[in-house]
Design a protein around this ligand. Structure first.
Ligand SMILES: [Zn+2]
Length: 135
C-alpha cells in the first residue's frame, strides 16, 4: 500500500502527464487552466470533466475532449490511474493484490500489475506500450 505522500506524488505526476498530453494534442491552451490544475491537484478528481467546461465554446471543447480521450488510450489510462488513486487502489496489482514496485510506477505511471504478474502475461499485456517513450 502506498503512503498518502506517495499517492500525492504519483497524482501530481499523472496530472502533469495528462496536462502535457492534452497540450500536445492541442486541447489545453489557456494558461489559466495550468493554474487551475495546480489548485486542484490536492483533491479534485473531476478535473478531466472540468476541462471540458472551461471557456465559452464549452460544447466544442467537450466534444474535443471526448474525442481526444477516445482517440488516445494513454489519456484514458491516466484518467483511470487518477480514479484508482482516489479509490485507494493505485499501486496495487490487479492480478494478485501485491504492491506494485515504486520504480515500476515511476517508469509506467499507469501500471496496473506488479512486475512478476506483468512478465507472466507479457503478450496480452496492455500497459507496456503506454510508457513515456511512446509520447
Ligand atoms: Zn501481481
Amino acid at each position: 500500500m502506498l503512503t498518502k505522500e506517495q499517492l500525492n506524488h504519483f497524482k501530481q505526476l499523472i496530472i502533469e502527464e495528462r496536462d502535457n498530453l492534452l497540450k500536445e494534442l492541442g486541447y489545453l491552451n489557456e494558461p489559466s487552466l495550468a493554474d487551475a490544475l495546480n489548485e486542484s491537484s490536492q483533491g479534485s478528481n473531476a478535473y478531466a470533466y472540468h476541462i471540458a467546461d472551461q471557456g465559452t465554446d464549452s460544447q466544442e471543447r467537450e466534444k474535443a475532449y471526448i474525442f481526444a480521450a477516445r482517440d488516445n488510450r494513454y489519456l484514458n489510462q491516466l484518467a483511470e490511474a487518477l480514479e484508482r488513486i482516489d479509490e485507494g487502489s493505485y499501486g496495487i496489482c490487479t492480478t494478485c493484490n501485491n504492491d506494485i514496485e515504486i520504480p515500476r510506477l515511476e517508469a509506467v505511471l499507469v501500471a496496473k500489475q506488479h512486475i512478476q504478474c506483468k512478465n507472466r502475461k507479457i503478450k496480452s499485456s496492455d500497459d507496456s506500450t503506454f510508457t513515456k517513450e511512446e509520447q
